[in-house]
Design a protein around this ligand. Structure first.
Ligand code: FAD
Length: 649
């Protein structure tokens, strides 16, 4: 998750370079010392709550069956049961208060862990981090470890932001755990680095399982067949040859280029920030990449690149479905995005056993162990900026003063790091705070491109749906048109099939659902609020249809597509003659408008700003292109971290 990377890059901006070097060597040292620490210095941290007995359900994974610790902050959220009748198709969250927006977090399965490596002595400086998403948690812990006195302010009653696992109450959903945000853990090395930067060893906190033997299964509506993304190169070659003679050989050529994009692209633009448009022609940066892969195929649409290797639509789709989860489409995403398929195939797709909540628990624990003060239910309403009296002409003319909470409370700080979605920060937290910039902020936000919104169905199932592996992509028979995001009820009724992603954690983690049952989480990308408003206008509607109407139509479409694939008709040991609909036991839905309410993501765009070429690297806000008329003003002491900012490409 690149927000972790952004946290490290922000540290590079803020903490003096000598200290960074020291931090990273600390990290390396902590890895080396990790094993010793696990046996010698375990410490119990319960974050203010006594430990509670193990969950009654036993798990196939031994560490999960152990005693669990509950975290006080995670237990305050509403546990209202949510049950939905399939027949009435009543929608959930009809009138949600803030607490009602979430289910309960699963209990943490790790209750003991080695004390993280020590922090630097206090440096007398204060820092406020706004937002306890993965980016906010990672940077708060790092700042505290570097000697700052850190307060972390989160508007919700729990940490993790978009990264969370939830359990929804109600008989039909009891015992089912859903990862309602990330479900694919890619780049495990980046997570290890993030833990090392906090003086810890990831494996002491989070147990990763590689999702295997099938990394991803693609289900084609065109002919109700599937293709698998396999780590086994020979099995992959054979599978592709059956679809298109010659594709097996081409696969290795394509994968070589994709892997080069990954290795060299990461080095050039993700592991280091970009602050000038000239970076794109800086040979020391892009030279190795341009020599390894034809630049036209790197920067042109990914569909061009794939067409030079394959003619089968099914194969091209197998290596480009990843746009579903970055909110792009193969027709306009640059070819360099093949790096996503490359990391899935060569580094693997991983899963934190016990769900993604284990990652957020660990980050909270480590931040608090370094002294971060976390305050939940603390919504920031404004970032306060002052004149930089000490500034010379070349310095930033403004500097940070602190923040104001929605309650009216004022907090001052030497450093403020904003983790919420950047357009929201510009528009809602900085507006009016420093002369001239509010206009610029508004303009910037209007000109930006936003990713998709999403309807998320969490279904508990009466029996295993074993045609599915853990990660599944369902693809429409209309390979091009289907990337136009559905926006209206008519879209769901009229189109033949859709692109969506289905997570079935039982494939790897038996703790995800009660024995004999199963569950799936469906992520169905739809138009963001702007796109829905435009579509409504085109359709002659006075306003976009309600979430409830859209969800009902989408649910029917999803069930149709499962049944078109032949799924849900009969399952392991239990006949469900009524088809997919009768396999569903319970449901909870995250509706399009919930995303903005939950996390303040602008226009309900779940992945934040989209990732087109003109919103990557130095063009991603706060824009620093080296061209003064384009660049955002800077405020001394104000920093950003998270998915919509740099270098989170
Ligand atoms: C459905 C879905 C599926 C995804 N799948 C994957 C995946 O499989 N793999 C992957 O790597 N990534 C995935 N992602 C992306 C990943 O979840 C995000 O990139 C990442 O979680 C973003 O973290 P962040 O810290 O940048 O922001 P956020 O998680 O949005 O954190 C920002 C925090 O700020 C808080 N906040 C907002 N406004 C205020 C305020 N005024 N005052 C105080 N606090 C405030 C929010 O409540 C939130 O906690 C997925 C995202 C979604 C939504």
């Amino acid at each position: 998750m690149s927000s972790l990377d952004a946290a490290s890059s922000m540290m590079a901006h803020y903490v003096p370079r000598a200290h960074i070097v020291q931090c990273s060597s600390f990290g390396a040292q902590s890895c080396a010392n990790g094993a010793k620490a696990t046996v010698s210095s375990f410490r119990r941290i319960t974050l203010g709550m006594p430990s509670v007995p193990a969950a009654p359900k036993s798990s196939g994974v031994s560490t999960l069956a152990a005693t669990v610790s509950a975290m006080v902050s995670f237990c305050q959220i509403c546990r209202r049961g949510r049950r939905i009748s399939r027949h009435t198709k009543k929608c959930l969250h009809a009138n949600p208060s803030r607490a009602d927006l979430f289910g309960s977090p699963p209990r943490s399965h790790v209750h003991e862990f080695p004390e993280p490596d020590s922090r630097a002595p206090p440096n007398g400086k204060t820092a406020i981090v706004i937002g306890a998403g993965v980016g906010g948690l990672a940077i708060a812990g790092r700042l505290a470890r570097a000697g700052f006195s850190v307060t972390l302010l989160e508007k919700n009653e729990s940490a993790g932001g978009r990264m969370r696992s939830e359990i929804f109450n109600g008989d039909d959903l009891a015992g089912h755990r859903f990862d309602t945000g990330p479900s694919l853990l890619l780049f495990p090395e980046k997570y290890r680095e993030a833990f090392a930067a906090l003086g810890a060893v990831m494996e002491d906190h989070v147990q990763l399982a590689r999702v295997e033997p099938t990394a991803m299964r693609v289900h084609y509506a065109e002919d109700a067949t599937t293709l698998d993304l396999l780590y086994d190169a020979e099995a992959m070659r054979r599978q592709l040859e059956e679809v298109e003679p010659g594709a097996g050989q081409q696969y290795f050529r394509w994968l070589g280029d994709a892997r080069a994009s990954l290795d060299l692209g990461l080095k050039a633009f993700i592991e280091q920030d970009s602050t000038s448009a000239l970076d794109f022609v800086d040979l020391t940066r892009v030279g190795p990449l341009a020599l390894a892969v034809n630049p036209i195929l790197l920067l042109g649409p990914q569909t061009w690149q794939l067409a030079t290797h394959f003619s089968s639509n099914k194969i091209k789709a197998l290596f480009s479905y990843q746009h579903l989860y970055v909110g792009l489409r193969p027709q306009n995403a640059p070819g360099v995005f093949s790096l996503l398929a490359a990391t899935e195939i060569t580094d693997g797709i991983w899963y934190p056993v016990g769900g993604f909540a284990t990652v957020r628990y660990a980050l909270v624990r480590l931040a608090e162990a370094h002294g971060v003060l976390t305050r939940y239910g603390s919504e920031v309403s404004a970032i306060l900026v002052d004149e930089n009296k000490a500034a010379t002409k070349s310095d930033n003319q403004r500097r940070i003063k602190g923040v104001q909470l929605a309650s009216g409370e004022l907090l001052t700080a030497d450093v403020v790091v904003a983790n919420p979605d950047l357009p929201y920060v510009y528009e809602s937290l900085l507006e009016g705070q420093y002369t001239g910039v509010e206009q610029e902020a508004k303009q910037i936000c209007e000109d930006l491109e936003y990713s998709c919104s999403m309807i998320e169905f969490c279904w508990s199932l009466k029996a295993p749906l074993s045609e599915l592996t853990q990660h599944n992509v369902f693809l429409s028979s209309d390979y091009e048109g289907s990337w136009d995001r559905p926006c209206t009820v008519a879209d769901f009724r009229e189109r033949d099939s859709f692109n969506f992603y289905v997570h079935r954690p039982l494939y790897t983690d038996s703790s995800a659902s009660p024995a004999g049952e199963d569950n799936v989480m469906i992520e169905l990308p739809i138009g963001n609020e702007l796109e829905r408003a435009e579509a409504a206008k085109k359709a002659g509607l006075s306003a976009p249809e309600s979430d409830d109407e859209l969800v009902a139509a989408a649910r029917d479409a999803m069930i149709r597509q499962f049944e078109r694939m032949g799924y849900g008709k009969s399952t392991d040991g239990q006949s469900t003659d009524g088809g997919m609909a009768s396999l569903i036991k319970g449901e909870c839905v995250v509706k399009p408008s919930d995303w903005e309410k939950r996390y303040n993501v602008k226009h309900g765009a779940v992945f934040g700003l989209s990732h087109g070429l003109l919103q990557l690297a130095c063009f991603r806000p706060p824009r620093q292109t080296g061209i003064p008329s384009l660049d955002a003003q800077k405020v001394e002491g104000l920093h950003f971290v998270g998915a919509s900012t740099r270098p989170v490409n």
